[in-house]
Design a protein around this ligand. Structure first.
Ligand SMILES: NC(=O)c1ccc[n+]([C@@H]2O[C@H](COP(=O)([O-])OP(=O)(O)OC[C@H]3O[C@@H](n4cnc5c(N)ncnc54)[C@H](O)[C@@H]3O)[C@@H](O)[C@H]2O)c1
Length: 309
């Protein structure tokens, strides 16, 4: 099963640099026409420059692909409408969206200003609402869509000094859980990518040498791009999956639930009973991945397969 996006149109935000650039180039290599969005600001989100997006468009065109640049701000409801309209006005369709643009304002919670909180939530989490809200009518109408959001282990697992970023990134998991249900009957798949790569965002973190040539190879964004291309493709038939990707490793991160401890609800238990049962209540040895309140993921996909005959 070759992964191909011939004739399809994909919007990649924050595609002027780093991971987004690698996604845009790989999607174009697999046949997609790409809207290359990038506001062109600093890592913390200041300033504006149309050059990075245009440079990636030039690279795609030089390789024989089709692309168009957009300099909009993903935190803006109106700009997201315009970038989706640009795809439809230019090529008559939109098949996939990669919500990748991002900024950092790292600071511990007691020092975090309201501006630092709001700016990060806006660019990461509100971006996803903006793009999903504007793409959905097109996806529904064509009974097809792929929506990929760039999350992070900083939120799914936790990372010191990134309360705003971690909350926004983990919020994408919640958004995915709801949109996978809302999109299913329209063949709209919603998935997450949790990347790790050497980009300007991570080059100076944790005392790393930004010019380390070995790291530039083993942590290149190009290691993450194949996963995103697959998640954007018609070949990916699953929804509600979070893929972690970095040089040398692809894996999956999921929220699981256990069966827990049951008791007769006509009785009322006290905190001492709860404390005595803590280890059984929190034991994950029977954990499963839920699809909804009613089904496990496995039950859901088995029922779907059976219904399709
Ligand atoms: N690099 C990593 O290891 C890593 C790890 C986890 C998650 N991520 C996520 O992956 C995504 C890409 O990160 P990167 O490492 O390539 O960073 P990067 O700084 O190299 O690229 C991000 C791009 O987003 C653009 N951008 C920022 N705000 C924007 C806005 N409001 N509108 C449009 N474009 C905007 C920037 O101009 C920049 O070109 C981000 O969402 C980031 O949080 C990266």
């Amino acid at each position: 099963m070759a992964v191909r996006l011939d004739g399809q149109v994909v919007l990649v935000t924050g595609a002027g640099r780093g991971l987004g650039r690698a996604y845009a180039l790989d999607l174009a290599k697999h046949g997609a026409k790409v809207v290359v969005n990038d506001f062109g600001g600093s890592v913390s989100g200041e300033g504006h420059d149309d050059t990075p997006a245009q440079q990636v468009v030039n690279e795609i065109k030089a390789a024989g692909g089709e692309a168009i640049a957009d300099g909009g701000d993903v935190g803006s409801y109106e700009d997201c409408y315009k970038m989706i309209k640009l795809a439809v006005d230019t090529w008559g369709r939109l098949d996939a969206v990669v919500a990748n643009a991002g900024i950092l304002r790292d600071v511990t919670i007691h020092n975090m200003s309201e501006q630092d909180w709001d700016a990060v939530i806006r660019v990461h989490l509100k971006q996803c609402y903006n793009l999903a809200h504007h793409a959905w009518p097109i996806f529904r109408q064509q009974s097809y869509g792929r929506f990929v959001m760039a999350t992070s282990t900083s939120g799914l697992i936790g990372n010191f000094g990134q309360a705003n970023y971690g909350a926004a990134k983990a919020g994408m998991y919640g958004l995915m859980n709801v949109l996978k249900l809302e999109g299913e009957k329209y063949n709209i798949n919603v998935n997450l990518i949790a990347p790790a790569a050497q980009t300007r965002m991570t080059a100076n973190l944790m005392g790393r040498d930004p010019n380390d040539p070995e790291r530039a190879v083993v942590m290149a964004p190009e290691h993450v791009a194949p996963a995103v291309t697959y998640l954007c493709s018609p070949q990916c038939e699953e929804s509600g999956i979070c893929i972690a990707a970095s040089g040398g490793r692809y894996s999956r991160i999921a929220i699981v639930a256990n069966k827990g401890v049951t008791y007769d609800p006509h009785e009322f238990k006290d905190a001492d009973w709860f404390a005595a049962n803590w280890s059984k209540i929190t034991d994950l040895s029977d954990a499963y991945v839920p699809w909804s309140f009613r089904e496990t993921r496995e039950e859901h996909y088995a029922a779907k397969k059976a219904a399709q005959g």
